[in-house]
Design a protein around this ligand. Sequence first.
Ligand SMILES: *[C@@H]1O[C@H](CO)[C@@H](O)[C@H](O)[C@H]1NC(C)=O
Ligand SMILES: *[C@@H]1O[C@H](CO)[C@@H](O)[C@H](O)[C@H]1NC(C)=O
Length: 264
Amino acid sequence: MSLSRVENPCFLLFLFVFQAIFILILYRGGPSNVFRGLLDSHQVLDYSKTHDVYTNLSLFTQAPNEEAMPYCSAQSPIFVGPLTVTFRVLPSERMIIKKNPFVQAGGLYRPPHCLARYKSAILVAYRNQEKYLRHLLYYIHPFLQRQQLSYSIYLIQQVGNGTFNRAKLLNVGVREAMKDEDWDCLLLHDVDLVPENDYNLYVCDEYYPKHMSSAMDKFQYTLPYKSFFGGVSALTPEHYMKMNGFPNTYWGGGGENDDIATRY
Ligand SMILES: *[C@@H]1O[C@H](CO)[C@@H](O)[C@H](O)[C@H]1NC(C)=O
Ligand SMILES: *[C@@H]1O[C@H](CO)[C@@H](O)[C@H](O)[C@H]1NC(C)=O
């Protein structure tokens, strides 16, 4: 689960190792299995060799017969692990479009070569951060395509100069998104975060909402407080309905995240 804040492109090995150990402990049911886990996934963890996020994406070409398309493989055949992320050059809109020929108008994508096993909606609450947005789109489109997902990216924009209300924007976004498609997963995504490893799947956990940016350099590698739920979170429409949406009454930054966290 590694993500990079746009403001600070430097990636620290320490952070990753720390995170990886923590995650492995969580997912492998105890410290005894940690070292095996680290060895098994050694190539995945090696951030000294990163790959372009567009690597081998051109291998996904249009299937000749769409009706007879097979399901996508359980694991994508083109995963590379750590991705090269840099914010030095600002990609133009034209370049992003050119590099993502299978993305349809409205930011919608379906794998051209197979039937997706999973449908994720990416919801981005947004206002006047075009630079961040272009960096995000340049990286996130190929990132999601590598994972063979069906996806749409929803940009929910607040107009005017009033206080930014992330919760309200996301509520509107969920409502609009669910009109389009029966999404398996809703990803609430900050505009200034970019994923750095294609094994970091943008899918939901069936039972619990997932917080995918548990360590970010902005907060010096620890959560600002235990229940923080911003950054990138993944929840199913069922989770969302159960918690009755996000409380619209929190204006400004971050407050709504605490309220959601306490509902679980
Ligand atoms: C890209 O695909 C080719 C052919 O399948 C493969 O040999 C190569 O290792 C892939 N490159 C990366 C970086 O995975
Ligand atoms: C918002 O603020 C900017 C700069 O402070 C100003 O130019 C613009 O007119 C304002 N817009 C609205 C809708 O008030």
